[in-house]
Design a protein around this ligand. Structure first.
Ligand SMILES: O=C(O)CCC(=O)C(=O)O
Ligand SMILES: [Fe+2]
Length: 833
């Protein structure tokens, strides 16, 4: 038995749980695909003793040259003698028999399978050309593909025989050549000039680059042979537009158990490479930057349980193509990537295997991808690329120890790629040293044929729907997806309320549809909600630490919530007659829809970087930049509806705070389906203690919770909501059409944060503030301002205390679930009736 158990690492074994399983299960999981393969011999004794590279021929080239008897260790698989190359066979794909994909490994024992032709040619080089190799181990110097292709001729070269000549088609799967397909001639200019030479320089694809490359690095690359058809400059443009790439942070967009989109960007791992048709990459995860070298290193084993690994293996198993995107921060592109993100093409994931990371010793999963359309290089190929001039095929061999079968990936020799096997990452029992491996020519250039290969799933360019009636009369989620410019291919977010504009300044493509949105309040109202003609009944929820008071004022139902030591939040509930008043909420809703409102999705800084908000805003009056960066206009230049909204807000605030509160700014916010405003404080410098808003259109939930101090987070980012975050909510207002909300007390903004989530299709909120930050103060807003500081403790004088309306204590410290809200509503109903 040729297993060296002494090198087994129990810790790794524990991490890689599959090694506890039956090896057949292991094979099924890790190496779905080919059934039956020929075995590759191990290196000969003589080469092993001399620690020389053995080409595993029979006899090997080295013994042949030295006229030695080529002997292998007992127990090792001996290669069959050289045979004449058999004619290529075509074997029909049997869909029922090929659940497993043709990726990395064949599992069946070839000698037991009479249908499998074994053909390990010991001395024949590459199908067409001999392969020129450096003597001994490749030099330690780390090279990129480009280095190799542009460097002067290798100093010492020696023609050696390549031992594997994989001409045998797989018995079941379609790793076979298709019938009648003529051999491909895939030549580059460089090929043509070197054609006369009998050897092909083997491309070395090693991209271990310790430190981040300088910014000019991408620019210094040669131009590609084409241009990308689909591209953009921000991650948000990418993720809002492409249905196959919605992952704002991950390098893999997984959905439904498979990877739909794969991003090749800033992080690389040793031996990642990309040519015009094939690339090898990793799937990220469990890695961190090494403080000393700047290189990314693993902090744990990647396993088949990891989401990205599991999903990519499913892509292989199910022959599920993946759309690939490249970022200009990647280090492996053969040409200059002209934009921040560019779509490459559809790819097949053909091989998966685990390498032992040379830096950390952990297992890192690597994946090989092939361009779906293999007939031509992609636009990103460099003219300097040189590959083989005819078809080639990847060969496979089985591990004597674990019986797993793996592709012949590295030119230095075949290795078992099963991390659970004692022979993992060893050539002839010897652990591979750091950075010494290079891929075989076949592994870099061979095509894997899938059945139904010709059928590309769909055009990667999202279709721009020019049915403008649908697009703009609708306020559905679809209406604020990004779009792909039909002129230049740039992906753009929909950032304007009323039209589409390509973000490429050189393009100028825009569509300005006729504006015909005309929602009436009843069109937008919650179908289950009551339309109150008398005093409206509240549907709010609050924690027991919040004291409440209720009254009626000018037809409004007024509820005040006292946030302990901070101030008050007032909810004024409108009803149908109030909203129908002159310049009331109904009029405002209509006017906001018909006036030319320059609503836009402006930019804001979050922990993820600069993104556009998921709502539209239009600011009038003083500068208000605390959350978003946006311009402002004077009230005199804004549509009349904004001033009328402010008048209505002021009139109602006056009812609650008769001392007089003035405002010099109105932020108008437009929401369509699925848009919202996440948790934030209204923290503009110089903000007055009173912030008041009017809600128009569909209902919304406005929630309040106390802030928690977050390290390194000075900006009011939209925090990711966890279960605990939901539990932190202590006040929830159900704002309906025409309702007024007032926050009073500067400490509210310091201690609490609030969020607004509409529950229907279309909503406008106009929020008024007093801001003294040195920006626009117009004549009309030059008024006496309340000092900022301690909260103003003038609660309403109550006719009727609301204590009885407090939710039962059982609701304390629980998230305001629907049933709890209902319980509160019922208790309110009881009392109000
Ligand atoms: O949409 C709303 O009602 C809330 C808006 C808001 O919080 C803001 O403008 O700061
Ligand atoms: Fe706010």
């Amino acid at each position: 038995m040729d297993i060296d158990n002494s090198v087994e690492e129990p810790q790794r074994k524990m991490n890689f749980r599959l090694d506890e399983l039956d090896p057949r299960i292991l094979r099924d999981v890790l190496v779905p695909g080919l059934d039956g393969n020929w075995l590759m011999p191990k290196g000969c004794k003589s080469c092993l003793e001399q620690r020389k590279f053995c080409d595993r021929g029979s006899p090997c080239a080295s013994c042949l040259a030295a006229k030695r008897n080529c002997v292998r260790n007992p127990g090792q698989q001996v290669a069959k003698p050289t045979q004449p190359r058999p004619a290529m066979r075509s074997i029909n794909f049997n869909p029922t028999a090929s659940k497993r994909s043709n990726n990395a490994v064949a599992n069946a024992e070839p000698e037991n399978d009479p249908d499998v032709e074994v053909n390990v040619t010991a001395t024949v080089a590459h199908p067409v050309d001999a392969v020129k190799k450096r003597v001994g181990r490749p030099p330690k110097k780390i090279k990129t593909e480009e280095d190799v292709s542009t460097e002067a001729k290798p100093v010492v070269t020696q023609v050696v025989a390549q031992n594997v000549n994989a001409t045998v088609a797989h018995p079941v799967d379609a790793v076979k050549k298709r019938v009648g397909r003529p051999p491909k001639k895939i030549k580059t200019e460089e090929d043509a000039s070197t054609e006369a030479k009998p050897v092909v320089t083997q491309v070395v694809a090693q991209t271990k680059i310790a430190r981040p490359l300088p910014s000019s690095w991408n620019d210094s690359k040669p131009e590609g042979i084409g241009r990308p058809e689909i591209w953009c400059e921000t991650r948000q443009e990418l993720c809002e537009t492409l249905p196959y790439y919605r992952a704002f942070q991950s390098g893999c967009y997984c959905h439904g158990g498979v990877v739909r989109g794969y991003l090749l960007d800033g992080t690389d791992s040793p031996r990642d490479f990309l040519n015009g048709k094939v690339f090898v990459s990793h799937c990220g995860g469990k890695s961190e930057e090494d403080a000393a070298t700047g290189a990314r290193k693993l902090r744990d084993n990647q396993t088949v349980q990891d989401l990205n690994v599991k999903s990519l293996l499913n892509n292989i198993r199910n022959r599920f193509p993946v759309a690939v995107i490249i970022g200009d921060r990647n280090k492996i592109a053969p040409s200059k990537i002209p934009h921040r993100y560019c779509v490459l093409d559809w790819f097949k994931v053909t091989h998966a295997w685990a390498e032992k990371c040379p830096i950390s010793g952990y297992s890192r999963w690597k994946f090989r991808f092939e361009k779906f359309d293999f007939s031509a290089d992609g636009w990103w190929a460099s003219k300097r690329n040189s590959g083989p001039t005819t078809e080639c095929e990847i060969s496979y061999a089985s591990c004597k120890s674990c019986k797993g079968s793996w592709a012949n990936i590295y030119q230095e020799g075949w290795m078992c790629m099963n991390p659970a096997c004692p022979q993992w990452w060893k050539i002839d029992g010897i652990q591979q040293p750091e950075g010494s491996l290079t891929y075989t020519v076949e592994f870099q250039h061979a095509e894997t044929v899938w059945p139904l290969e010709e059928i590309v799933p769909n055009d990667l360019r999202p279709v721009l729907n020019l049915d403008w009636d649908y697009m703009f009369q609708s306020v559905k989620r679809r209406a604020w997806k990004g779009f792909c410019c039909p002129m230049c291919g740039r992906l753009s977010c929909r950032i304007y309320w009323d039209h589409l504009e390509c973000a490429n300044a050189d393009c100028g493509f825009a569509v300005v549809p006729e504006r015909r949105i005309a929602f009436r309040p009843e069109d937008l109202a919650d179908p289950h909600a009551v339309t109150f003609k008398g005093p409206a009944l509240p549907f709010d929820w609050w924690g027991s630490e919040i004291a409440t008071f209720k009254t009626l004022l000018d037809g409004y139902t007024v509820i005040q919530y006292a946030l302990p030591d901070c101030g008050q939040v007032t909810h004024m509930l409108a009803n149908q007659p109030i909203n129908a008043r002159q310049f009331g909420a109904d009029w405002l809703l209509r006017e906001y829809q018909s006036a030319a409102m320059p609503f836009m999705r402006h930019t804001m800084h979050t922990m993820q970087g600069v993104t556009r908000t998921s709502h539209f805003t239009y600011n009038v009056g003083a500068q208000y930049n605390y959350v978003t960066e946006q311009p402002t206009v004077a009230f005199s230049e804004a549509p009349e509806v904004v001033t009328k909204a402010l008048d209505l807000i002021k009139k109602n605030v006056q009812l609650i705070y008769p001392g007089g509160v003035e405002f010099n700014e109105v932020l108008n916010v437009g929401y369509i389906e699925d848009q919202k405003m996440g948790f934030h404080q209204d923290g503009e410098k110089g903000l007055g203690p009173t912030v008041a808003s009017i809600s128009l259109g569909c209902s919304a939930k406005m929630t309040f919770r106390k802030k928690v101090s977050k390290k390194n987070c000075s900006a009011p980012a939209e925090p990711v909501e966890s279960q605990d975050d939901k539990k932190r909510v202590r006040l929830e207002l159900h704002l309906n059409h025409g309702d007024i909300m007032i926050m009073h007390g500067a400490k509210i903004q310091q201690v609490w944060e609030h969020a607004a989530v509409p529950t229907g299709l279309f909503r406008i909120a106009a929020t008024a503030r007093m801001i003294d930050n040195g920006s626009i103060i117009t004549k009309e807003t030059e008024v006496k301002k309340e000092p900022i500081g301690e909260p103003q403790e003038h609660m309403l004088v109550q006719e009727e205390p609301m204590d009885l309306l407090e939710p039962p204590s059982a609701h304390d410290d629980q998230e305001p679930m629907a049933h709890e809200t209902m319980a509160v509503q019922e208790s309110m109903m009881d009392i109000s009736n």
